[in-house]
Design a protein around this ligand. Structure first.
Ligand code: GLU
Length: 389
């Protein structure tokens, strides 16, 4: 059988493959420690689950509007206005099957064959594939430790061409955890305003910040930037709702309408009662977010200390998200070989940096419990000492 060309060129998502592999090994009875997918280990907070259960009991089990329940779109608009200083109306919001789907819809609805999308590398692995699936051309701009894995205004300027459709900004970033400062975002905004280009701001990790790092939404900096920005976000990371599949995209009305038409022919509305859980997430107490953040902060301290004590790993200090992205350059191995050997010999699952466009590093998600985290770090240290140093 020959599958369509458009899908033949796209590999499976390595984050999901590795998570599935770790789960399968665990099911076989192996003691695998999973640092693979970025999935908080906390249960979804009770008040969110209660709201979804209530919605089920009340019969919120039917088709809804393709763009999402109006009550949820209103709650999201309020959140974007209050938390992010983005003056969106509910009509500017499309509720999607997770943050990933919001970006997929955007690329499908807006990218024409040959359109270029600038993506700073390392990048979240689905961005280039989504662009390719829409017939676009991912333009990868390599960043490294010297600029703290951030694209500079000069690099951005050089990458812009008359074919550029989008620039994707992801701060806090997956896989590096770096957070652009407000002045760095402003400097990028100034470059973007000189060109006819749309901005995609993926803000899924906006609430996961450490050591006083500040998250600024690029569209809040000026009316001009606001009018050419799309904001992608969701509930998975902030509220530990990965399996619920509720995300959203906010942006100019015409584009949101186009994405809604697309969604009306593909997935239709997001699971109706799940949307009521999402409303409770936004409108209920935010203490759960603070509690999870405190736990992540503790784990971040542990993992950074542990990695600093392991010979051969150099790790930048991330200010956000729940990933570390240490360099394995000193081992001389490719990231894929490194990860395969680590998993086979020490049952520690991590994601090869090549999946994110950087072969000299590996990504570890520290969204797992503290005792597994400590055990995993011991094994990683044993692996490094026995194999290389
Ligand atoms: N976004 C998370 C990650 O990078 C979850 C898996 C995925 O959707 O890629 O691990």
């Amino acid at each position: 059988m020959k599958v369509a060309d458009r899908i033949a060129q796209v590999p499976a998502s390595m984050t999901l493959v590795i998570a599935a592999q770790a789960k399968a090994m665990k099911a076989e009875g192996l003691d695998v420690l999973g640092f693979g997918a970025g999935e908080p280990d906390f249960d979804t907070p009770d008040h969110i689950k209660a709201a979804a259960k209530k919605a089920l009991d009340e019969g919120k089990t039917k088709y809804g509007a393709a763009a999402g329940e109006m009550a949820l779109r209103e709650a999201i608009a309020r959140k974007l206005n209050e938390d992010n200083q983005l003056p969106y109306q509910p009509e500017n919001i499309l509720v999607t099957n997770g943050g990933k789907h919001s970006l997929y819809n955007l690329m499908q609805a807006m990218v024409n064959p040959g359109d270029e999308v600038i993506i700073p590398a390392p990048y979240w692995l689905s961005y280039p594939e989504m662009v390719k699936l829409a017939g676009g051309v991912p333009v990868l701009v390599q960043t490294d430790l010297s600029s703290d894995f951030k694209i500079t205004p000069d690099q951005l300027r050089q990458a812009l061409t008359p074919r550029t459709k989008f620039f994707i900004l992801n701060s806090p970033s997956n896989p590096t955890g770096v957070v652009y400062t407000p002045s760095e975002i402003k400097a990028l905004g100034e470059v973007l305003l000189q060109h006819d280009v749309w901005i995609v701001s993926d803000e899924i990790y906006e609430k996961i910040l450490y050591d006083g790092a500040e998250q600024v939404s690029i569209g809040s900096l000026s009316r001009d930037l606001f009018e050419r920005t799309f904001v992608s976000n969701g509930f998975a990371k902030s509220y530990s709702m990965t399996g619920w599949r509720v995300g959203y995209i906010a942006g100019p009305l015409e584009a949101i309408k186009a994405m809604t038409r697309l969604q009306s022919h593909s997935t239709s509305n997001v699971c109706t009662f799940a949307q009521y859980g999402a409303i409770a997430a936004l409108e209920g107490s935010q203490d759960c977010v603070a509690e999870m953040l405190a736990a992540f902060a503790g784990r971040r301290r542990i993992i950074l200390e542990a990695i600093a004590a392991i010979p051969g790993l150099d790790c930048p200090r991330p200010d956000g998200a729940f990933y570390v992205f240490p360099s394995i350059r000193k081992t001389g191995m490719t990231s894929q070989d490194f990860c395969a050997e680590l998993l086979a010999s020490h049952q520690v699952a991590v994601v090869p940096g090549i999946a994110f466009g950087e072969d000299s590093a590996i990504r570890l998600s520290y969204a797992l419990d503290e005792s597994s985290l400590l055990k995993g770090m011991e094994r990683l240290e044993r692996f490094m000492r026995s194999r290389f140093f």
